[in-house]
Write a protein that binds this ligand. Structure first.
Ligand code: NCD
Length: 315
């Protein structure tokens, strides 16, 4: 086919719990394979033809769950879904027992859970690969993978660019995972832009510093709008506030609109979605808006991931 095929030792059979577990070259292999899955459907290998993929989402999800299901179906898998609201989870069944069941019914489990460490626990009780579709407020590895892929596609690379991560850097697992992902690269500058009350937790800041990623904290975006290439927005993670009064204090405290972007030159605006008030609908018609493309890249990146995990060749 005129393409070079490399053996896939990096991904085969692995759990995907945190982006920190993967090297830059693992990620590059994933992205090259995702490029292939962005092309014509007729060329896709049916590498999951004999597989059953289980999805188990203990928190709401649109994009992660459905793009994983779409990716699995396109590769020929069958998909079973544990809907926690109509399963024995409602009768008090433990996470460990639920995972043990899915482990015996399927070849791979894609899961999401409100508690940090839930995916790790699942990987300890199960034998099949566990893919973390977000647990707690730190890890959402496959979102970070598709975010980096989006930047490569739209900006030509990740190194040397200037980034603003805007909003809830305290509880947003997409923001934290994105920063963990960036630590594998050599970004030019990384600004963390959030109001008081949504600043990064000390332990997360310490991990990011230990990874060698330099960041600068700011309260407002406008002063740096013309100095960044990527604006990574996120939603206030209302459901993760231990105290509802703390959420009341910060809700509506940041928002990006089309008129603000006049100063932004060719910066791309990313957002893992869903958006609430922080991203005005009028941004959609600006050339900066990249979040719908970003969501679309979820399918080829997750196809590449599933393909590599079942031992498919890397392109
Ligand atoms: C995010 C999540 O669940 O962490 N959504 C997603 O996967 N795209 C972000 C959010 O809920 O705000």
């Amino acid at each position: 086919m005129g393409v070079s095929v490399t053996r896939n030792d990096a991904w085969s059979g692995r759990d995907v719990l945190s982006i920190l577990d993967f090297s830059r070259s693992d990620l590059e292999q994933l992205f090259e394979t995702a490029d292939r899955f962005s092309k014509k459907e007729a060329d896709f290998p049916r590498s999951l033809a004999d597989k059953i993929v289980a999805t188990a989402f203990f928190e709401p999800s649109t994009r992660t769950r459905l793009s994983f299901s779409t990716a699995a179906l396109k590769l020929g898998a069958r998909v079973i879904d544990l809907s926690p609201d109509i399963s024995s989870v409602l009768k008090g069944e433990s996470l460990a027992d639920t995972i043990r069941m899915l482990d015996s019914y399927s070849d791979m489990i894609v899961m999401r859970h409100p508690s940090e460490g839930a995916a790790l626990l699942a990987s300890e009780v199960g034998h099949v690969p566990i893919i973390n579709g977000g647990d707690g407020s730190q890890h959402h590895p496959t979102q970070a993978m598709l975010d980096l892929y989006t930047i490569k596609k739209l900006k030509g690379g990740v190194d040397g660019l200037r980034y603003a991560v805007v909003g809830d850097t305290r509880y947003s697992r997409t923001a934290t995972s994105f920063l963990y992902g960036l630590s594998k690269y050599k970004p030019g500058r990384v600004y963390l832009v959030s109001p008081e009350g949504l600043k990064m937790r000390d332990e997360v800041r310490a991990s990011i510093e230990a990874l060698g990623l330099q960041t600068e904290e700011l309260n407002e975006l406008p002063p740096i709008l013309d100095k960044v290439d990527v604006i990574y927005m996120n939603r206030i993670q209302k459901e993760r506030f231990p105290d509802p009064n703390e959420y009341e204090k910060v809700k509506g405290s940041y928002r990006i609109t089309a008129s603000m972007l006049a100063d932004a030159k060719d910066a791309i605006v990313m957002h893992p979605l869903p958006r609430v008030n922080e991203l005005a609908y009028d941004v959609d018609s600006t050339p900066n808006a990249a979040y719908m493309k970003q969501a679309g890249f979820g399918v080829p990146v997750r196809m590449a991931l599933l393909h590599l995990i079942v031992g498919g060749e890397a392109w």
